[in-house]
Design a protein around this ligand. Structure first.
Ligand SMILES: *Cc1c(COP(=O)(O)O)cnc(C)c1O
Length: 458
């Protein structure tokens, strides 16, 4: 018999969590104006709001914190991180920042100018924000399969080379500062990009003289999928795959809160001294001096250990298996999810789940609230609330997909927790025909409304 799945860690320290009653949750979610961001974390039993900064550090990371060097300039923690980045990604130069979007802010201050276009695979929202803030345009060149939840394409994060070349040939070279490849592609459901696609994107970009930048938050999960799904890499180590992936990039930005397995932090790294020097100017202004830039020495130490652990095969196998475990339980019951299951989250197709709720009543948010009421599980809406209103017409924008995202924090929950989530969704699925009404907006902010919107039941 094949041995079953088990977590690749044992537990040395615990944080108690409590299961509330349905009556308590009904009161709390009403007080929160049916916005899950307004809940206190203690009102949540299993928190799948995000996998960002919510992972559990290892004993070795906690030990590294204690030996952090808090010198303003030239700390040993800086050099530890510099060595880790050189060993894992092959970049000679790097700058620490307080999180991923700060790295975007610094790097784009150098690269992005008004009127520019930046192609990529479904840019992450802060990435797009930092591009649009500079009056430039992000152009989505993701393969079409990414938008079909039933397509089993193994690399739904890939860039469509025809779309990319059409951007390259329709604008002047000076207007295209870079292409951004997001690993894995968060927006399309944690879907990976293949090594072949990275190779092809780089070859095409070099032909047109365009820089290649990787938005690398989940680079290790991406490497795992390359090993699993791309024939040439079955016998390669994760560290070798990562090294090859990043050999195709001129620079990277990183949110260390994901595959750095730390609670806060980020960085950018690059091949050339020239780009490093240009970025340093902005890093000193926005983040801090080059050898700490927004991070404590102890956090740089923990990150250098985290980068090594996240590229460990035992860790990654369990990580990906846990996410797949939840996804597969749902698939067995016929619950509609984005397939194949991504690296960090299970995305539930809310339009197919709650087919009676009208789109004007926020289908994915309705499902998110139902899940909270059922079991105290917090997910996040990736649908009409997140898509905001059209800036000109002020009408709601209805995206192609209405998703409930369940993001799994790293090394934090066991599969027993995944079972609770799965059964809660099954219970809702069994009574889905009775859920016919959703929510309407009481008040909302002019942009990024999903964080603060207030709702009431229709
Ligand atoms: C989280 C994330 C970012 C932004 O990083 P923060 O650390 O949240 O600032 C950028 N890109 C991707 C793909 C991300 O997942």
């Amino acid at each position: 018999m094949e041995l079953p799945f088990a977590e690749s860690y044992k537990i040395k320290m615990v944080e108690p969590i409590y299961r509330s009653t349905r009556e308590q949750r009904e009161e709390w979610i009403k007080e929160a104006n049916y916005n899950l961001f307004n809940l206190k974390s203690e009102q949540v039993y299993i928190d799948l709001l995000t996998d960002s900064g919510t992972g559990a550090m290892s004993d070795k990371q906690w030990a590294a914190l204690m030996t952090g060097d808090e010198s303003y300039a030239g700390s040993s923690s800086y050099y530890n991180l510099k060595n880790a980045i050189r060993n894992i990604f092959g970049f000679e130069y790097f700058l620490p920042t307080h999180q991923g979007r700060a790295a975007e802010n610094v790097l784009f201050s150098v690269l992005v100018k008004e009127g520019n276009v930046v192609p990529g695979n479904s840019h992450f929202d802060t990435t797009k924000g930092h591009i649009e803030f500079r009056k430039a345009k992000a152009i989505d060149c993701t393969v079409d399969e990414a938008f079909d939840t039933e397509s089993l394409h193994p690399f739904k994060g890939n860039i469509d080379l025809v779309k990319l070349e059409s951007v390259y040939s329709s604008y002047n070279r000076e207007q295209i500062p870079m292409v951004i490849v997001t690993l894995t592609c968060n927006t399309s459901g944690g879907q990976p990009v293949s090594m072949q696609n990275l190779r092809d994107v780089t070859a095409l970009s070099q032909k047109y003289g365009v820089k290649v930048v990787f938005d690398s938050a989940r680079f290790a999960e991406n490497a795992w999928f390359i090993k699993e799904r791309e024939d040439d890499y079955r016998n390669s180590s994760i560290k070798d795959i990562v090294a090859e992936m990043f050999s195709f990039a001129d620079a990277m930005t990183m949110s260390s809160k994901k595959d750095g397995i730390v609670n806060i932090g980020g960085f950018m790294a690059m091949k050339t001294e020239e780009l490093y020097k240009q970025a340093s100017v902005f890093n000193i202004m926005y983040e801090g001096f080059n050898t700490y830039g927004g991070m404590a020495g102890r956090d740089m130490n923990a990150l250098s250990v985290g980068l090594d652990e996240v590229t460990n095969e035992h860790y990654l196998k369990n990580r990906i298996q846990q996410v797949a475990y939840l996804g597969n339980r749902l698939i067995e019951w016929g619950i509609p999810v984005q397939k194949p299951i991504g690296g960090h989250a299970v995305f539930i197709d809310a339009k197919h789940f709650l087919s009676h709720v009208p789109k004007e009543e926020y289908i994915a948010q309705t499902l998110a609230i139902e899940l909270y009421l059922e079991a105290g599980v917090r997910g996040v809406e990736v649908g009409t609330l997140l898509a905001d209103r059209d800036p000109e017409t002020k009408e709601n924008r209805y995206p192609k997909l209405e998703m409930l995202r369940l993001a799994i924090p790293r090394r934090t929950y066991t599969n027993n927790h995944m079972d609770v989530v799965a059964v809660a969704l099954k219970n809702i699925f069994d009574r889905r025909e009775k859920i016919v009404r959703g929510y309407k907006i009481k008040s909302e902010a002019p942009i990024m409304r999903h964080f603060s919107v207030e709702l009431e039941h229709v």
